[in-house]
Ligand binder design. Structure first.
Ligand code: ADP
Ligand code: MG
Length: 745
């Protein structure tokens, strides 16, 4: 087994975040899946086609949900369950509920509906043969008539609805009464599917994998147990095969909870082990450059600013300054609401670095933002200070070569660019401070990259964000992340007037936009999706359709433009630039306008389909306006009147509290968001939907697990720092996989 050190160096030779095998890893703690080099030691490594019922066609479909081996299949966990465990006689069925009846099939008929769909209907009799008016009906499913016979005793599960004056099971699941309950009469698992895979099919395969079948013993019994017995005993955790059995086919809610808690425990424990090992390594090897400045110099720089720093900015700056002076690299998150003035604090940190003879890289999420930062820094450094360069994709040719050369020689002190650019391709003479702006997705990968960059020096890392981290994360992945909070806005900011409106009120809203434009102001119109052809139904506003409609009707004559994520970055930037230069009046866009853009002349933000956005997003969007001295407006348009999130956007802090009567700020809203929605989104690749880690969801099962796993990780590593003992072999493998997958260097 590799030692922790070789593990990390092999990691360094790769780009962060790429799983070397290009493989999906189903769950952090899923020790069932082995590394490419391991010999196939059990059926778990065999292709899924070895399971009765899975042919080549099905295997292809399963690959799309990242299931290739039997092991993968076992770790294809249900996303939810249908509760079909309530069993009732037909005469006691309740409309609107999921439930199960034991019944005898009566006549089964098939016909075509007026729309040409095949409709299969079955009469249902009580168990003792008493006829009832209850029926079951299915669209499609011609096989029902072929596989079931009148007189057969069945279990039938599904939602019951009124059709005319009789109750009806609509699209129910049906099984012979003497068969093992798989689809009916229990808590029934529901799995992530892809087009062509059927719910019942996947459930059947998993049932075979879990319970075995006539031609196959249960593969679940081959899953190796990653937890030593004493750990399981200490935390009362079921063993791994019982856990998987209960997660897929739970006997009851209580056992399901215990199983989910066990999976969460494993996932968190592996993460805590990985992080604890990393901490140990960093502390042993840390070699950041101590960056210092005298009180007098710092006071002079602050005095040269065009405004007085807020107390919160001063406090944050002091915290950063203390960290920078140390040889242990800083990893600090600067949290502050939109407009709270994080840039100037970051700029002063860069100045400290420069004064100590070191280089700083400031990375922004977009080219435009990088340009804006370069401009603000140039202004802040005007009275002498760091030598500054802007490096974006549009800087090319000779100029670019000169900048790269100067960075390598050390004659540029601060470089501003996009994340991608600076991360990937730039060499520095003495990079000692990396600032990552608007890191509100907390990708773990980026942090890894900078640590890899320093040749001998570990750069201090300063991340800025307007989105506070949920506690679950700050206690796990970011346990070693220090946090500074700017919790006050510069004096004299006007509140952004926020309205909730129904779609019927849109004509008035457009009138407002027109008025603002007449006064020389600009407006954003944001929609939840790009194309009217995308998923979501006809009533979800799309940027493309909206821009067309507005240009034709309500906003005819105004200068409109469209911006969305499917446009090439260059085009997007060009549009944004024209908007910033006031060559456009109204920008119709998706959330691409969400991050950090500064157009002080824009005073109206209209969000359509507002119920479809997260609170953090809505708050970021609102923050795009109100950056000038003019009063600004945010109009949230939605037909879901009772959305808790939308209500939170116009809620005010309680009178008598600090800033009582003001709108909830980013921090309040983040807290509210968690209450409403759980912590899921914070780790995720929000756009593509596939979360980076599943921990947060699982940790919701039992928040105490975070501390419990942290303690357990410390205990295990105290006795076995390299996880070299045989009883830790599975854990070591899981940690190894976590490194590879997430590059938590
Ligand atoms: P954010 O925290 O959203 O990144 P910025 O750093 O972009 O905020 O600051 C927003 C605006 O507020 C900028 O125009 C900046 O110059 C200004 N600003 C920052 N700090 C102060 C302050 N203490 N007093 C007045 N204006 C400030
Ligand atoms: Mg900013």
């Amino acid at each position: 087994m590799a030692s922790p050190t070789t593990r990390s160096s092999s990691l360094r030779s790769r780009r962060a975040g790429v799983d070397p095998a290009g493989q999906h890893v189903p769950a952090v703690a899923s020790t069932a899946v082995r590394n490419p080099g391991d010999p196939p030691a059990s059926s778990l490594d065999l292709p899924v086609t070895r399971l009765p019922g899975i042919g080549l066609e099905s295997a292809k479909l399963l690959e799309r949900v990242d299931v290739r081996t039997m092991g993968d299949l076992l770790w294809h966990l249900p996303t939810r369950y249908k509760d079909f465990s309530r069993i009732r006689p037909l005469r006691l069925l309740a409309a609107g509920e999921e439930q199960t009846a034991l019944a005898v099939l009566g006549r089964i008929t098939q016909r075509r509906t007026a729309r040409g769909q095949l409709l299969t209907e079955a009469e249902l009799l009580e168990e003792d043969g008493t006829p009832t008016p209850v029926r079951a009906s299915w669209f499609g499913r011609s096989f029902i008539k072929e596989t079931h016979r009148p007189g057969e005793r069945v279990r039938i599960s599904g939602k019951v609805i009124w059709v005319g004056r009789a109750l009806q099971f609509s699209q129910p699941a049906l099984e012979a009464a003497d068969a093992d309950p798989v689809h009916t009469g229990r808590l029934v698992p529901v799995y992530r599917l892809t087009e062509g895979l059927k719910e019942g099919q996947v459930r059947r395969w998993l049932h075979t994998a879990i319970e075995g079948g006539p031609r196959r013993t249960a593969v679940v019994s081959e899953v190796p147990e990653p937890l030593p017995p004493d750990v399981r005993a200490r935390h009362t955790l079921p063993d791994i095969s019982a856990t998987l059995r209960q997660v897929h086919f739970p006997d009851d809610e209580r056992r399901l909870f215990a199983a989910r808690r066990r999976l969460a425990f494993d996932e968190l424990l592996v993460l805590q082990l990985a992080l604890a090992q990393r901490r140990a390594r960093w502390t042993a090897q840390a070699s950041a450059m101590p960056l210092q400045v005298s009180d007098a110099d710092l006071a002079r720089w602050i005095g040269e600013l065009p405004f007085a720093l807020t107390d919160a900015q001063r406090r944050s700056l002091q915290e950063i300054r203390r960290d920078l002076a140390r040889r242990v690299p800083m990893t600090r998150l600067l949290e502050g609401d939109v407009g709270s003035g994080k840039t100037v604090v970051a700029a002063l940190a860069a100045r400290v670095a420069t004064a100590s003879g070191a280089q700083t890289a400031l990375m922004a999420p977009t080219e435009l933002l990088a340009e804006q930062h370069a401009r603000s820094l140039a202004a802040l450094f005007a009275a002498g200070g760091p030598r500054l360069a802007l490096l974006t994709a549009s800087v090319s040719g000779e100029v670019r070569r000169e900048i790269l050369d100067a960075l390598a020689r050390g004659t540029i002190d601060v470089v501003v660019g996009t994340h991608a650019l600076v991360e990937e391709r730039v060499e520095f003479a003495r990079l000692a401070l990396a600032i990552v702006d608007e890191q509100h997705r907390f990708g773990v990968r980026q942090r890894a990259t900078f640590r890899e960059k320093g040749e001998g020096i570990d750069p201090h890392l300063l991340l800025t964000t307007a989105t506070p981290i949920p506690q679950t994360l700050s206690q796990t992945i970011y346990r070693d992340l220090d946090i500074s909070v700017i919790d006050e806005l510069p004096a004299g900011r006007l509140e952004i007037t926020t309205h909730l409106r129904a779609p019927e009120q849109l004509p008035k809203v457009w009138e407002g936009v027109r008025t603002a434009v007449t006064r020389g102001r600009q407006a954003f119109v944001v929609t939840p999706r790009i194309d009217p052809g995308d998923d979501g139904g006809d009533d979800v506003p799309s940027a493309i359709a909206m821009e067309r409609e507005l240009a034709r009707d309500e906003l005819r004559g105004l200068r409109l433009a469209l911006m969305h994520g499917r446009m090439p970055a260059k085009e997007r930037d060009a549009v944004m630039r024209r908007f910033a230069a006031r060559e456009l009046d109204v920008l119709v866009a998706t959330t691409v306008v969400e991050v950090g853009i500064d157009v002080p002349n824009a005073t109206v933000m209209v969000v359509l389909g507002a119920e479809r956005f997260g609170l953090a997003q809505l708050h970021q969007l609102r923050g795009r306006v109100g950056r000038g001295s003019e009063r600004a407006y945010c109009v949230l348009v939605s037909d879901s009147a009772e959305s808790a999130r939308l209500a939170a956007m116009v809620e005010r802090k309680p009178e008598g509290s600090e800033r009582g009567g003001a709108l909830l700020d980013g921090f309040d809203l983040a807290k509210r968001d968690l209450e409403i929605r759980g912590a899921g989104e914070f780790l995720g690749e929000r756009q593509s939907g596939e979360p980076e880690l599943r921990i947060v969801d699982l940790a919701d099962v039992d928040p105490r697990l975070i501390d419990e796993t942290a303690e357990e990780a410390d205990r295990i590593l105290a006795a076995d720092p390299g996880l070299a003992r045989p009883e830790h072999a599975e854990l070591a493998r899981a940690v190894d996989r976590l490194w590879r997958r997430y590059a938590l260097a």
